[in-house]
Design a protein around this ligand. Structure first.
Ligand code: ATP
Ligand code: MG
Length: 495
């Protein structure tokens, strides 16, 4: 991070510690921040809120990543407007969430700007129930919609100092109340507030600390890392759906290899994957997972998407294989041994029954994993198959081939199998590429036809736009249209 020198940043940090959230303002240019890479939509949301006399800033990961010269994944806005007020200002918005109410302002495509209302630390007075903040016995917050008035208050509710930097893109200023800029320069992840309390309120913060360390290559401060091993069991109280999302963020967004390492260091991998945890002293399992994760990190760096089913296929493959092996041995000792199909089904069910206790794997994902694993068994039985083309035409074939090629690096006996299926893979990939090109072409054509017909229709008339041709309409419909037109006229949209 360029910009301010370490000494002046250190003063910020000491100020924050001594005086408690002292205000430190730095101009964006002083930090060498390139504001041209800000999302236009996010800046528009901030300036619109400010025009409506609300306070509004960009906050969190986007500032952190910009300061590090990385491309932000998403842009978050923080404001003193309530979710309902934000929703009223932006017609293209929706309120979501229960634990934390937030507003999504939706722009074209997948461009969503998340707007959160300032949070406050204030709790209910003794003996009074505060319905907007509800916690479980463990201290975990189940709902937290206590709104604050300022960014100072809001910054205390954020997780780490480096995630609590605010940017006003209109004034072009950065606000730091927790010594985040100093920690940025030192490469440190430091939790805000009392670590035990903050982790108990939301155990996911422990995983977030490790994730940011893996992603940014930053170290955890001692106070941030010390309680993790002691409190990690609290993670089991977090909802399985949220855990599924968190695990994806750990592993499929470009730093999976580092995440795997740091999770093992804090004994958290075995909490996230209890059955796979049994393999952590098996070198070939570690090598296999590390190799697969670094390949998917490379894919991410090349702007390719990584899918959750691939991640779980890799991590849980050993568990599935082990289940099959044990069930086969058990079956052999039975008077009437089980069918192999039943063995595979039981082995699969057992993997997912156990893993679902921690991460709620959506059905579409588990179905893909099951097909991919079943295909491993098919691809290995070349001599029993009759129709190779039929196998290579199956949707899951190419993913299954990629997976068996990966395995072959650690299980050399699979090389013949990989060599056998290689030409089928090439053929299947060529067909898929052709299909995609055709689809793209059709899409382009449809798009340009739409454009042409818009041009032919001429410029839009706001007074009539959206109204249908009235010649053949029923009397009732005509009456409805007349009312709509009158409304548009009263709104100055024409007659
Ligand atoms: P990235 O999006 O790159 O994963 P991020 O820091 O933007 O990282 P988000 O999950 O998008 O992470 O959250 C946005 C901001 O909200 C964070 O920077 C942080 O200030 C705050 N935040 C998110 N989760 C928590 C949490 N569990 N506890 C406290 N603050 C949080
Ligand atoms: Mg973010």
């Amino acid at each position: 991070m360029q910009g301010l020198n370490t000494e002046s940043l250190k003063k910020f940090k000491t100020n924050a510690k001594k005086k408690g959230f002292a205000q430190n303002i730095v101009s964006a240019s002083e930090l060498g921040l390139d504001l041209s890479s800000l999302s236009k939509a996010a800046v528009q949301v901030v300036s619109t809120l400010q025009k409506h006399k609300f306070k509004a800033y960009l906050v969190g990961g986007c500032i952190r990543d910009l300061l590090l010269g990385k491309k932000p994944k998403d842009f978050d806005v923080s404001t003193d407007a309530t979710p309902e007020q934000v929703h009223r200002i932006f017609s293209n918005s929706r309120i979501i969430g229960r634990r934390f109410k937030i507003v999504h302002v939706v722009f074209s495509g997948q461009n969503i700007i998340e707007v959160t209302t300032f949070r406050s630390n204030s709790t209910a007075k003794k003996g009074k129930v505060n319905p907007t903040r509800v916690s479980a016995e463990s201290g975990m917050l189940l709902r937290d919609n206590v709104y604050g008035k300022s960014i100072v208050e809001d910054s205390q509710r954020r997780d780490f100092t480096i995630n609590a930097l605010y940017l006003d893109p209109v004034k072009k200023e950065i606000y730091d109340y927790n010594g985040g800029l100093y920690d940025m320069q030192k490469g440190i992840i430091d939790i805000i507030g009392d670590p035990d309390t903050r982790y108990s309120e939301d155990p996911v913060r422990m995983i977030r600390a490790l994730r940011f360390s893996a992603k940014l290559g930053f170290k955890l401060s001692k106070r941030t890392s010390d309680p993790i091993k002691r409190l990690s069991a609290l993670l089991l109280e977090v909802s399985n759906a949220r855990m599924f999302e968190e695990v994806n963020k750990l592993f499929i967004t470009g730093h999976g290899y580092n995440s795997f390492k740091i999770l093992r260091k804090y004994n958290i991998f075995e909490l996230l994957f209890p059955d796979a945890g049994d393999f952590l002293d098996n070198k070939s399992y570690i090598d296999f997972v590390e190799y697969a994760l670094s390949s998917s990190d490379k894919r991410y760096a090349e702007n390719k998407r990584n899918m959750p089913h691939f991640l779980y296929s890799v991590i849980l493959w050993g568990v599935f294989q082990n289940n099959v092996f044990r069930l086969r041995r058990y079956s052999e000792s039975m008077v009437s041994p089980m069918e192999d199909n039943d063995i595979v089904r039981l082995a699969l069910d057992s993997v997912f029954d156990n893993q679902d206790k921690v991460t709620d794997i959506p059905m579409a994902v588990s179905d893909s994993i099951k097909s991919l694993w079943r295909m491993q068994l098919v691809l290995q039985q070349i001599e029993l198959l009759k129709d190779y083309d039929e196998v290579s035409n199956r949707t899951i074939f190419r993913a299954a081939f990629d997976f068996i090629s990966l395995r072959a690096k650690f299980e050399p006996y699979l090389a013949t199998c990989v060599n056998f299926w290689q030409p089928y893979y090439v053929k299947s990939a060529a067909i898929a590429a052709k299909r995609k090109a055709l689809k793209d072409q059709k899409y382009q054509q449809k798009f340009s036809n739409k454009k042409k017909s818009k041009k032919q229709k001429g410029p839009k008339n706001p007074a009539t736009e959206g109204f249908e041709d009235e010649t053949n309409l029923s009397a009732k419909r005509k009456e409805q249209l007349a009312k709509a037109k009158a409304w548009r006229a009263s709104m100055n949209l024409g007659n």
